[in-house]
Design a protein around this ligand. Structure first.
Ligand SMILES: [Zn+2]
Length: 128
């Protein structure tokens, strides 16, 4: 949903308002600062309401997290996706873990064969 940027004629402050394209045709949004419906649209300032942060939130909140612990392949994919979303290199160890998970190896098996893996607890969780 796009954000429309308005400027309030009453109080002179800027307001960012979420409207669907449909709503935008009919809506007379009120100023969130003073409550007056006296907003003037600032043309050309439409932003798509999607930041890094909300993308990450979406990912964390998505249903794809359900059953991850029972599904090594999904877990591996999730690890890669998280790393990509955060724009961080996951590191050789985690990359290996993700790769093995995607091949269907269980987290338990991987942890047993990689005893140094403790530092990756944020991804590993309670698998034992
Ligand atoms: Zn106002």
């Amino acid at each position: 949903m796009p954000i429309y940027e308005y400027i309030c004629r009453s109080c002179g402050r800027r307001a960012r308002i979420y409207l669907s394209y449909d709503e935008y045709d009919h809506a007379t949004p009120a100023c969130p600062h003073c409550g007056r419906a006296d907003l003037k649209r600032r043309v050309g300032r439409v932003t798509v309401a999607r930041s890094e942060e909300t993308r990450l939130d979406d990912l964390m909140a998505s249903d794809s997290l359900d059953g991850l612990e029972d599904d090594p392949r999904a877990m591996g994919r999730f690890m890669r996706e998280m790393s990509r979303e955060m724009g961080e290199d996951m590191g050789d160890e985690l990359a290996e873990v993700a790769g093995r998970l995607e091949k269907g190896e269980s987290m338990e098996l991987i942890e047993r064969s990689m005893p140094d893996l403790n530092s990756t607890g944020e991804f590993g969780g309670d698998f034992d």
